[in-house]
Structure formats: structure tokens, C-alpha cells
Design a protein around this ligand. Structure first.
Ligand code: UDP
Ligand code: MG
Length: 320
């Protein structure tokens, strides 16, 4: 396959999906081949520990379109996505999960929208969310509500199942931040959009890779990279408390001078507790942003590649 001949690049991040990855990739490739004769499937092994890489190498020997990139450790889905998008050469890039929760039946529709109607970003949005725990459901609702309120992006129902035109991909690649948030960044970029609804299918096998802490981290990262508003809130709260302190100070002095000062134990305790919690919270917010700045300033690569499936490395020799 010569450079530039690829029409569709499918990008799939995987982590510990050994049980089904070979079949899944064959299925996805079959669906893509119905719509496009020249495509590649770039699969990024995000530090799997269960033999996913071996299964991926087998899949690559089954199908010439499959290329595997193995990261040196688990970098998280967002970084794995970056690796895939950076290596994709297609005129359009289709991003999806490996567990068939993103129905491959939708692929041909997405490609049609892009090819025939000139839509630059085809987004698959969740009509129903499949089986999720109550906590997860409430958590995502709160998270998207917060994002919508803090920014102007409504990501409710958004998924990482998207098709991006080369123009959008190039613009995306030009965004230099280390901490990426794929859904938010594509929303930020704009371009012409079209949404297609889908129902989240049950996972083929295995379990979801997210746990409470990683979801909180993702949510914090998203809020911090898309807002600076909480920082201003800290200042505003500071000003309000300062005004309150001035008024209370004047009143205290007046009481003292007029000789009617009472020992206000409760007031002191309440003020102390209130002020301290606000200060701690404010420092926490500042800390989040400073940590994000620190990460960006370090400028480390978003991911490190350990190896590629041989076809891919051969392909690259001509490119780099
Ligand atoms: N994934 C990944 N790195 C991670 C976690 C997940 O590459 O650290 C992949 C995973 O293999 C799957 C996709 O990201 O292809 C979505 O993950 P998962 O199905 O666990 O998430 P959910 O569907 O529960 O949101
Ligand atoms: Mg899933």
C-alpha cells in the first residue's frame, strides 16, 4: 500500500482484550471493507498484561490492513488514542473501542456521511448507555452537567466513536497539550458535524477498564483543561470573604469601643471552620491547575512506543 493511498484509518486503543481482539478486528475489518477498499486498522496496545500483543500480532498476520503499535506501558486510553491518530495516514480517521460496544454496523453509515455529504466530524452519540451501575450513571450525569455549565460544550451522550476528516485530524494534531481529552478537543475544534445515534451494546468479553479513581482523574483533567473559571471563582470567594471580614471587623471594633463586646465562642469556631475549608478548597483548585501546568511544561512525550507489528515497521521505513 503506497503512502497517501489509505482512505480510512480505523484507530482502536486496546488494553487487556486478548480473549476477543482477533475476532473483533476481523469483524471490524469486514465491516470497513464493505465501504472502503483501502483502509488500515491501527491498534494501539496500551500496556496490556494478558497476551493482547500476541493476539494482535496474529491478527496482523491474518489481515494485512491491521497494524499494531505497542506502548511501553499503560498510558491510558487518551494517550493511546493520540498514538493511533498520530500514526494514521487515511483521508479520514475513525476512532472506536475494541469491545464492540461501539457497533461496527454504524461504520458504513459514518463513512457515507463523510464521503457523500462532506461532513467533517461524524459523531456517534449514545441513545442508550447499555448496562451501567447506578453510581456510574449518576457520576457521568454530574460530570457532563458540570462540563456543560463550566464550558459551552454539551458532551452528554458523547462517545469516542467518531469519524474525523483529515483536515480535522491535522487541526487536532496541532493542539500541543499533553493532557488530551479527545471528546472535548473535537468539540472545541468545530467543523461541520453530524450526529448518529447508537445503543451501547454489552461488552464482548472482559470488563470495563475504568475504575473510580481513573474516572475521577479523567473528569478532573477534562475540567482543568477546558476551564479557567474555577480559578476566578477562588478570587471571587476571596473578595466576598474579605468584604465580610471588613464588615465584621468594623462591627467588632464598634462593640469593643461601646463596651458591649461579648465573647463569641460559637462565631469564632464557625468562622474558623468556614474559612479554613474555603482556603483548603481554593488551594486544591490552584493545585490542580498548577499540576496541569507542570505536566505541560515538562513537555514529555504523550506516549512511548515499545514495538510495532513488523508490517507497520516496514511501512514506516519509507516514511521516517
Ligand atoms: N483502554 C485503553 N487503555 C486504558 C483503558 C481502556 O486503551 O487504560 C481501551 C479498552 O481496551 C477499550 C476502550 O479503551 O478498547 C474503552 O475501554 P472500556 O471498554 O474499558 O471503557 P468503557 O466502555 O467502560 O467506557
Ligand atoms: Mg467498553
Amino acid at each position: 500500500m503506497s503512502l497517501g493511498a489509505v482512505e480510512i484509518s480505523v484507530v482502536i486503543p486496546v488494553m487487556n482484550e486478548a480473549q476477543h481482539i482477533r475476532n473483533t478486528l476481523a469483524l471490524i475489518a469486514a465491516f470497513v471493507s464493505q465501504s472502503s477498499s483501502s483502509f488500515e486498522v491501527i491498534v494501539i496496545d496500551d500496556g496490556s498484561t494478558d497476551g493482547t500483543w500476541d493476539a494482535l500480532c496474529l491478527a496482523a498476520s491474518d489481515l494485512p490492513q491491521v497494524y499494531g503499535i505497542r506502548l511501553s506501558r499503560n498510558f491510558g486510553k487518551e494517550r493511546a488514542l493520540c498514538a493511533g491518530i498520530e500514526h494514521a495516514k487515511g483521508k479520514a480517521v475513525l476512532v472506536m473501542d475494541a469491545d464492540l460496544q461501539h457497533p461496527p454496523e454504524l461504520i458504513s453509515k459514518m463513512i457515507d456521511q463523510w464521503r457523500n455529504d462532506g461532513v467533517q466530524v461524524v459523531e456517534a452519540v449514545k441513545r442508550t448507555r447499555g448496562r451501567e451501575s447506578l453510581g456510574y450513571r449518576v457520576g457521568t450525569k454530574m460530570f457532563y452537567g458540570l462540563i456543560h455549565r463550566l464550558t459551552r460544550y454539551d458532551l452528554n451522550g458523547a462517545s469516542d466513536f467518531k469519524l474525523l476528516d483529515r483536515k480535522v485530524v491535522d487541526a487536532w494534531l496541532n493542539m500541543p497539550e499533553r493532557a488530551t481529552f479527545f471528546r472535548g478537543m473535537t468539540a472545541w475544534l468545530g467543523f461541520t458535524k453530524k450526529e448518529l445515534e447508537f445503543d451501547v451494546a454489552p461488552r464482548t468479553s472482559g470488563t470495563s477498564k475504568w475504575h473510580f479513581i481513573s474516572l475521577v482523574r479523567l473528569a478532573l483533567n477534562a475540567v482543568v483543561s477546558f476551564t479557567s473559571w474555577p480559578l476566578r471563582l477562588v478570587t471571587l470567594i476571596g473578595i466576598l470573604f474579605f468584604l465580610g471580614a471588613v464588615i465584621l471587623g468594623i462591627q467588632t471594633l464598634y462593640m469593643k469601643l461601646s463596651g458591649s463586646a461579648v465573647t463569641g465562642f460559637t462565631t469564632v469556631i464557625l468562622l474558623l471552620l468556614g474559612m479554613n475549608s474555603v482556603i483548603m478548597l481554593s488551594i486544591g483548585i490552584l493545585g490542580e491547575y498548577i499540576a496541569a501546568i507542570y505536566d505541560e511544561v515538562k513537555g514529555r512525550p504523550r506516549y512511548v512506543v515499545r514495538e510495532n507489528t513488523s508490517t507497520l515497521s516496514q511501512r514506516w521505513q519509507g516514511k521516517r
